[in-house]
Design a protein around this ligand. Structure first.
Ligand SMILES: Nc1nc(=O)c(N)c(NC[C@H](O)[C@H](O)[C@H](O)COP(=O)(O)O)[nH]1
Ligand SMILES: [Zn+2]
Length: 165
C-alpha cells in the first residue's frame, strides 16, 4: 500500500538526519527492503560507511559485508522482490569521480526491481540527473513517492550555504 511507501521513506529520512552535513553532497537515507516479507535487508545514510560513501552504497556495502561477499555479487543473495527506497534519486554521476549508485544498481542486473525515490536530484552539482532513464531502460521501475519533498530537500542540503538548493 502507498502508506507503507511513506513509512519506509520516513524511515529513510530519519537515517539521512544522521549524515554529517557537507557543502559538496546531499544528506540522503536509504533502505533495501524485501517487498515480499516487508522486511528491511539493510539501511544506510550518506557517509555512514568508510570513505566518501552514498546512502545507497552504504546499504550495499553493509549487506555484502554481512554475507561475506563483494558488493558486486549481491545479486546472488538478494530476495526476488528486493526494492530500494532512497530519499534522493540514485546518482548517475559524482563530482568525486566515485562509481555512481545507478551503476551499482545496474551491475546487480534486475535483482533490485524497483527504486522508490523521495525527490529527483537538484541540478546543483551535476546538472540534470539522467539516471532514472538508465534504470527504466534496464527494466527497473523508478517510482516517485510524493509528499515529503520539502523536508527531504531541507535535510539533504543542510550542509549548504543558506539559499542554496
Ligand atoms: N542519491 C544520493 N545519495 C547520496 O548519498 C548522495 N550524497 C547524493 N549526492 C549526489 C551528488 O551529485 C554528489 O554528492 C556530488 O556529485 C558529489 O559527489 P560525491 O558525493 O562527493 O561522490 N545522492
Ligand atoms: Zn550515489
Amino acid at each position: 500500500t502507498s502508506h507503507s511507501h511513506l513509512e519506509y521513506m520516513r524511515q529513510a529520512l530519519d537515517l539521512a538526519q544522521k549524515s554529517p552535513p557537507k557543502p559538496t553532497n546531499y544528506r540522503v537515507g536509504a533502505l533495501l527492503v524485501d517487498a515480499k516479507t516487508n522486511s528491511i535487508l539493510a539501511s544506510g545514510y550518506t557517509l555512514e560507511c568508510e570513505g566518501n560513501t552514498h546512502a545507497e552504497q552504504c546499504c550495499f556495502i553493509k549487506l555484502a559485508e554481512a554475507h561475506g561477499i563483494p558488493e558486486e555479487s549481491l545479486a546472488d543473495i538478494l530476495p526476488e522482490q528486493t526494492v530500494l527506497y532512497t530519499t534522493v534519486e540514485p546518482c548517475f554521476k559524482r563530482l568525486s569521480g566515485n562509481l555512481p549508485c545507478v551503476e551499482r544498481i545496474l551491475r546487480l542486473g534486475k535483482a533490485i526491481n524497483t527504486v522508490y525515490v523521495g525527490v529527483k536530484e537538484p541540478e546543483k552539482f551535476v546538472g540534470e540527473n539522467t539516471g532514472r532513464k538508465q534504470l527504466e531502460d534496464a527494466g527497473i521501475k523508478v517510482v516517485l513517492v510524493g509528499g515529503m519533498e520539502k523536508e527531504i530537500l531541507e535535510v539533504a542540503t543542510a550542509g549548504h550555504k543558506t539559499g542554496d538548493i
